[in-house]
Design a protein around this ligand. Structure first.
Ligand code: WTA
Length: 676
């Protein structure tokens, strides 16, 4: 890696201000430090005996049905087995044991619908609802080990559905509601799910949006595709929209739950029993089903949630703005907070509906004390102006978290000053779908935080930065982020494809987990994340694969070839920019501005249909050629230069070095591009 600028992976280009911030750090206040859950000795305890440390966390934070006797079995590396001879139930840990401990009246969820409807769910309510749902699933034929796909908006039912699956030992696979019918179909098929839980729709941007039609389409017979494995579809009623109904297959959630008993005995499963599969983008076109199991995952989700956010379950009100369709929603809306007995806010809609102060209004209303969100959201709010959050009382906030992409120092400073009142510590948390839980982050009562850096591996976690030869770089050096020891919540593989798991994460550096992120160590040894070094893009904290979008584009009849790059974007971190060559007979279509706009729209909609609206390119540029090396590899670096309006870099390795001139000359013409 030659690029060692700590802000290069984030939205803005380095400025003097950035560099000055780099040297600043913010130690915790004496008051915060004195009361923090995690003290400095946590690092010492963990390094004295790492495995014993994790065994201690597992015993302290999780209730086991049968205690484990062995902490880690790494003999099957790179597939780890943690706490393998113990048994437990995830839903029991997230719900029942709090009721048994006398906290049944504690609020688990303050739900706020986008239209303003609210619902308060205590742990006792949650126990009844999850039990009913577990009984309903069983009545519909779901057995331990069967996969259930969940395709829902952000509702209490989403949490209940996940926990009901966990309660009967049926691994769930949540598919984000923004994915298309086609994306849903391939995930359902890969997981061979037998049941889908969905809703008629949800409220988004002030209007009901539909979900059920996508499920109907995803499960319908399709030429060339195997018949679906799904036998039943449970439908939550949220918006009262009319839905098509397949008799014998579709069942209303409220009816199924009404008939079910609220008594249910959680199924104790082995620690290594699959808890969920979550599909994520990788470097090839096919999404990977990341597999997580029960005991180790719960342990690390609870441990990180307690220590990184300094959760005090009796007094804190916690809010993570992530959707349950992403891993952040799994670990920090569902499992981490609930296993720890937290009270949290769950919000259905967007931050700007009905007004741009909605989030801050919710923080004031529920006296939220811990907020966990993504840099994109922070940058968007920053753009909207200080006076919007300034109009609300945010003094309840005491810890702020960031996740999903590198946070640029300006956004970090704004978050601290405007949202955190210059006092709440910021924890910039690095982790992945694959890691299951937070890996690198400051501890809020211990670490002097630095704007823009995730800083240090958590106690019990071993991370470093290596060069091309797998050698750790010295302080001040840049390279690749790797994890050097197995951790409890690590993925146990890619669903149905062990080879791909080994190849993707363990083949680049012998014995080291390759995260796919570039990183640098500063002079203090703190880690700065620089963005992906592979073909994965990060748009608004969502992972998208360049190859997957390219495949979607070339599946359109007018496209001959396509290349996609992630270009730096001030708000979303990266934006999808596509370069396409049109097929012969269509080539002339983009020669007028109207024609080009039409082609763009058609292709954007096509990507939306193939993958989902989140994957629609921001710009599509019609070009006569693509820059390729002599071996036929597309040089995305050069396309990124074009997409970011920079002078094109060294093009000498191109098979035909005049191609870049052709591309840039063509783009100077009026037909080049438009945005929406
Ligand atoms: C990026 C999200 C910098 C990174 C939890 C990683 C980050 C990918 C950070 C995983 C952070 C996540 N700083 N980059 N604090 N957190 N990333 O699987 O590139 O959706 O590899 O998991 O997001 O994205 P995923």
């Amino acid at each position: 890696m030659t690029d060692t600028n700590p802000t290069s992976g984030s939205a803005s280009s380095p400025s003097l201000e950035n560099l000055l911030h780099e040297t600043r750090s913010f130690p915790p206040s004496a008051e915060f430090a004195a009361q923090a859950n995690a003290q400095a000795d946590l690092y010492e305890k963990a390094s004295a005996d790492r495995l014993e440390f994790w065994a201690g966390q597992a015993r302290e934070l999780v209730t086991w049905k049968t205690p484990f006797t062995e902490t880690l079995d790494w003999s099957g590396a790179p597939v780890a087995r943690w706490f393998a001879d113990g048994t437990l139930n995830a839903a029991y840990n997230a719900v029942d044991r709090h009721v048994e401990a006398g906290h049944g009246d504690r609020v688990a969820i303050h739900f706020e619908g986008e239209p303003g409807d609210t619902r308060t769910v205590t742990y006792a309510d949650l126990q009844q609802e999850v039990s009913r749902a577990a009984n309903a699933l069983t009545a519909l034929g779901v057995q331990t080990g069967d996969r259930v796909v969940i395709y829902l908006p952000m509702l209490v039912e989403s949490v209940v559905a996940m926990l009901a699956c966990a309660r009967i030992g049926a691994p769930h696979s949540v598919v984000f509601g923004g994915f298309s019918a086609d994306a849903l179909r391939s995930r359902v098929a890969d997981a061979e799910a037998t049941l889908v839980i969905t809703a008629d729709g949800g409220y988004r941007r002030g209007a009901p949006s539909a979900l059920k039609p996508a499920v109907d389409e995803a499960l319908a017979p399709k030429e060339g595709a195997d018949p679906t494995t799904v036998r039943k579809v449970l439908v939550v009623r949220r918006t009262e929209q009319d839905v098509d109904w397949v008799e014998g297959r579709d069942v209303w959630w409220h009816e199924a739950l009404a008939e079910a008993s609220d008594q249910h005995e959680p199924v104790a499963v082995e620690a290594e029993h699959p808890l969920f599969i979550l599909y994520t983008s990788g470097t090839t076109g096919k999404p990977k089903g990341i597999l997580h199991t029960t005991g180790g995952y719960l342990t690390q989700a609870a441990y990180t949630h307690r220590n990184v956010f300094d959760l005090k379950p009796e007094t804190d009100v916690y809010w993570c703005t992530a959707d349950v369709g992403w891993v952040t929603g799994h670990s920090y809306v569902v499992y981490g907070p609930l296993v720890n007995g937290a009270t949290q806010v769950l919000y259905e809609g967007t931050p700007d509906t009905p007004h741009r102060g909605r989030w801050w209004e919710l923080i004031e209303k529920y006296k939220v004390s811990i907020l966990y969100t993504a840099p994109t959201a922070i940058r968007t709010c920053m753009k909207w102006g200080d006076d919007i959050p300034g109009g609300f009382d945010l003094s309840s906030l005491r810890v702020l978290g960031s996740v999903g992409e590198p946070i640029n120092p300006e956004a970090w400073m704004w978050y601290r000053r405007v949202i955190g009142g210059d006092k709440a510590p910021i924890v910039d948390t690095w982790w992945q779908t694959e890691t299951g839980a937070i890996m690198i982050s400051p501890l809020p009562g211990v670490t002097a935080t630095k704007p823009g850096s995730a800083q240090v591996a958590l106690p019990g976690i071993a991370a470093t930065v290596v060069d091309d030869e797998a050698q750790p770089v010295p302080d001040g050096g840049g390279g690749y982020l790797v994890l050097t020891e197995p951790w409890p919540s690590m993925l146990r593989g890619i669903w149905g494809d062990l080879e791909r798991y080994k190849e993707t994460y363990w083949s680049r550096f012998e014995g080291l987990y390759f995260a796919g992120d570039g990183a640098k160590k500063d002079e203090d040894g703190d880690i700065w994340l620089l963005g992906r070094v592979d073909d994965v893009m990060n748009v608004s904290g969502h992972r998208l694969s360049t190859t997957e979008i390219e495949s979607a584009l070339v599946s359109h009849e007018i496209v001959a070839e396509a290349a996609v790059v992630g270009a730096a974007d001030d708000t979303t971190g990266q934006a999808v920019v596509a370069f396409v060559i049109l097929r012969g007979s269509h080539a002339g279509r983009a020669s007028t501005p109207e024609g080009a706009a039409e082609v763009q729209k058609e292709l954007r909609d096509h990507v939306g249909k193939e993958i989902g609206p989140i994957a629609k390119p921001k710009k599509i540029l019609v070009v006569p050629e693509l820059p390729k090396t002599r071996s036929g590899k597309i040089m995305r670096r050069l396309l990124r230069d074009v997409a970011e309006d920079r002078a094109v870099g060294d093009a000498t390795t191109l098979a035909d070095s005049s191609v870049m001139d052709l591309i840039t000359a063509g783009l100077a013409a009026p037909s080049a591009s438009s945005e929406d």
